[in-house]
Design a protein around this ligand. Structure first.
Ligand SMILES: Cc1cc2nc3c(=O)[nH]c(=O)nc-3n(C[C@H](O)[C@H](O)[C@H](O)COP(=O)(O)O)c2cc1C
Length: 334
């Protein structure tokens, strides 16, 4: 069974990839992910805020005392300090590249256009095989216009893609008015791949303390419906790799994303719940499913249930929504 999978111009042994998570925070964690059977590892994100904070600290250190001791700039490199978040991240990329054979995808998480995008080059030099860009932007301030949000995403992708020669994968928000147009703009700006979708963590309310509560719940399989829809719609229509992310728990979700047209399927929650070795169960499950249907490779089925291929393409459109609502029956309905 040939599970080999092209993604972002890389060749993966199979389509199950570890998405960004705390499992990749340490070298041991990264080794465990590889042993667990994933075909590529997206590292946890380095945040724009960490890079900017580090830049400011460096500036502060380099200028501290410079008036009273003009020579101080000269000895700045010798000033010892603890490795910062960005330094540690670069070191992790370097060591991960040496320690494992699967591709390492560094992850940057940011939204503004300047001051941090150059860091992408350092990640490439550290040995990252690709870069994922997570554009988590909540335009809650009054006055943000939709077009401005889209422009900003495009500019960030262009700035990062221009600064590296490794492929850039963009983890996209589902909250755009026109996902198709946004996807095209990001690809035109230099994205070699899109991961659908970024999962947002909305706050909750604690009704006892009357406080806004921060909590993280791992995903459930039903959460794959929205990315599944858009992967099925975009497959064959966009010049970029597609990654399905959110809601993968069993081989069923893996198979569904591939049928929709995903090149790879990413998983975090299932690995956090069941351990990294769950990746191998997902791959074995995929192989069994394909063999039971007489397939020889994953390419035999990829995209076979995309909107362009299914017999009823309107299943992905407004008509389907109408039918779903009209067909619903409750025992309390008179
Ligand atoms: C504890 C935790 C930490 C995460 N950290 C990151 C991160 O650093 N960067 C990122 O892009 N996504 C991060 N994610 C999101 C995952 O990569 C993934 O997109 C999301 O969990 C949906 O996939 P899943 O349904 O397989 O969990 C994190 C998720 C969890 C649960």
């Amino acid at each position: 069974m040939d599970l080999e999978t092209p993604w972002l111009g890389l060749r993966l042994a199979h389509p199950v990839v570890a998405s960004a998570s705390p499992l990749s925070r340490t070298l041991d964690g990264i080794r465990r992910l590889e042993d667990g059977g994933v075909s590529a590892i997206v590292l946890h994100s380095l945040f724009e805020e960490e890079i900017l904070h580090d830049n400011e600290a460096t500036l502060h250190l380099s200028s501290a005392g410079s008036e009273s001791h003009p020579e101080s700039l000269g000895y700045f490199p010798a000033v010892g300090r603890e490795p910062t978040g960005p330094d540690r991240y670069l070191e992790l990329v370097r060591r991960a590249r040496e320690a494992v054979a699967v591709p390492i995808v560094a992850s940057l998480n940011g939204v503004t256009e300047t001051g941090w995008t150059d860091f992408a080059k350092l990640l490439e030099e550290a040995g990252a095989n690709a870069l994922e860009l997570n554009l988590f932007h909540l335009p809650v301030a009054a006055g943000w216009r939709g077009r401005a949000v889209e422009d900003r995403c495009e500019h960030v992708v262009r700035a990062v893609a221009k600064s590296v020669s490794i492929p850039v994968n963009v983890k996209l928000s589902p909250y755009f008015s026109a996902i198709g147009e946004m996807a095209e703009r990001l690809v035109a700006a230099g994205a070699r791949g899109l991961a659908l979708f970024n999962r947002f963590y909305q706050p909750d309310f604690d009704l006892e303390k009357l406080e806004v509560e921060r909590s993280l719940e791992l995903s459930k399989p039903w959460e794959m419906r929205l990315p599944l829809l858009w992967i099925a719609v975009l497959h064959g229509r966009i010049g970029a790799s597609l990654a399905g992310t959110s809601g993968v728990e069993s081989r069923d979700e893996v198979v569904k994303y591939l049928l929709a047209g995903a090149d790879v399927v990413m998983t975090t929650s299932a690995l956090l719940r069941n351990g990294p070795a769950h990746a191998r169960a997902l791959v074995d499950g995929l192989r069994d499913w394909l063999e039971a249907r007489g397939c020889r490779s994953v390419d035999d089925v990829r995209g076979s249930m995309s909107q362009r291929k299914v017999a009823n393409p309107e299943a992905f459109e407004r008509g389907n929504y109408l039918h779903i609502l009209q067909e619903y029956r409750s025992p309390y309905q008179l």
